[in-house]
Write a protein that binds this ligand. Structure first.
Ligand code: NDP
Length: 327
């Protein structure tokens, strides 16, 4: 027997329960990992709430963690017991002491990267990799807008943009978050509670506005994001922290300057082993070199059995950077 978080119905953080479960042996292409640090992602709240519904109850939760290989299935070739590994995009159930994960979702962890750093940055860092390097290739000196810049994905984006020599304008919900984003490498910040975002983007770009906006807030920022784009600009809408964007009148893209919109996900960019290895290598080298620093504040490291409290905290918008569950 082992312990994990599971839920029996969609709902608020209170549906998350701390339970015993029967740990099965890994299937032939799976690896059993003893999790040492587990990544909390905003997407986990969508799965819990039912915005992204699960097909069966009871369900585990979470797709990302770092830990040590305990045992491997009969056809696993890349990993052996004792290896330090990190994974994301696994089947739901990473909020657990142990998790059986498909071999092709795992990467060996370089020695310079700790379990906590890895679990706090793998899914989020791979996301930033595809956003800034693939969906739209941000160029040196280019100015662009990134919402929720002091969040988990956001703080990595600030650092990655700086490493690319690009100028990230980050939106944030408080003065403290503005400071943090600036320290991480944001070129400018906009506190949307006090300033008009689209107007400030115009001011910061001498009226030109930006060619790309990265928007994970969704419903609340749709208009502001379109208004921050120059003619033929691209809105990358990659999340729903304020609720999903629905019911779009496509004509708005014409009116605002023949704009483009895309709604990408990590699953659309990492579809095979080669794509995972290429993107991970880029991320790991930036972390190992110190260009991207991953520091999780102590108050955002929750005991695994406190997943419910961790979700409440994340959804109340008070967190900065990544949060972790520690078994
Ligand atoms: P964050 O740490 O960024 O937390 C969300 C942040 O969004 C909050 O801290 C808050 O920052 C901001 N926010 C703005 N409006 C709201 C609102 N109404 N309710 C809650 N938060 C709000 O989370 P993550 O780093 O885990 O994820 C960031 C986003 O990226 C999520 O939307 C997630 O779904 C998305 N994502 C998408 C992926 C993809 O491939 N499509 C992959 C990974 C993540 P502030 O107070 O500063 O406004």
């Amino acid at each position: 027997m082992a312990k994990r978080i599971q839920f029996n119905a969609h709902g608020g953080p209170e549906v998350l329960q701390w339970v015993d479960f029967e740990l099965t042996d890994p299937a032939e292409l799976e690896v059993q990992i003893e999790n040492k640090a587990i990544g909390i992602n905003y997407i986990d709240t969508y799965v819990r709430s039912g915005l992204y519904p699960v097909s069966d109850f009871p369900s585990g939760l979470g797709t990302e963690a770092a830990g040590v290989v305990k045992s491997v299935g009969s056809r696993v070739t890349r990993f052996k017991p004792g290896d330090r590994v990190v994974y994301c995009m696994a089947t739901q159930g990473a909020y657990s002491e142990f998790h059986n994960v498909a071999e092709d979702r795992l990467m060996l962890l370089p020695n310079q990267i700790s379990f906590e750093q890895a679990a706090a940055s793998f899914l989020k860092g791979l996301t930033v990799q595809y956003l800034l390097r693939q969906t739209y290739q941000v160029k040196p000196d280019e100015i662009f807008l990134f919402h929720a810049a002091a969040g988990g994905v956001g703080l990595i984006a600030c650092q990655w943009a700086k490493a690319l020599g690009a100028h990230l304008i980050g939106t944030v919900g408080s003065a403290e978050k503005a400071q943090l984003a600036k320290k991480a490498g944001a070129w400018a910040t906009i506190n949307y509670r006090e300033e008009n975002t689209a107007q400030r983007v115009g001011d910061l770009t001498n009226g030109k506005k930006v060619a790309v906006v990265y928007d994970s807030v969704g419903k609340d920022t749709w208009d502001v994001s379109l208004d921050s784009l120059r003619r033929h600009g691209l809105l990358v809408s990659f999340g729903n922290a304020s609720g999903p964007v629905t019911g779009i009148d496509l004509g708005i893209l014409n009116k605002k300057g023949s704009l483009f919109v895309t709604r990408p996900s990590l699953f659309g960019y990492i579809t095979n082993r080669e794509e995972l290895e290429t993107a991970s290598a880029e991320l790991f080298s930036l972390i190992a070199s110190g260009a991207i620093k991953i520091n999780v504040p102590d108050q955002q490291k929750f005991a695994l059995n406190e997943a419910s409290k961790a979700h409440q905290t994340l959804e109340s918008r008070v967190t900065q950077g990544s949060s972790l569950l520690i078994p």
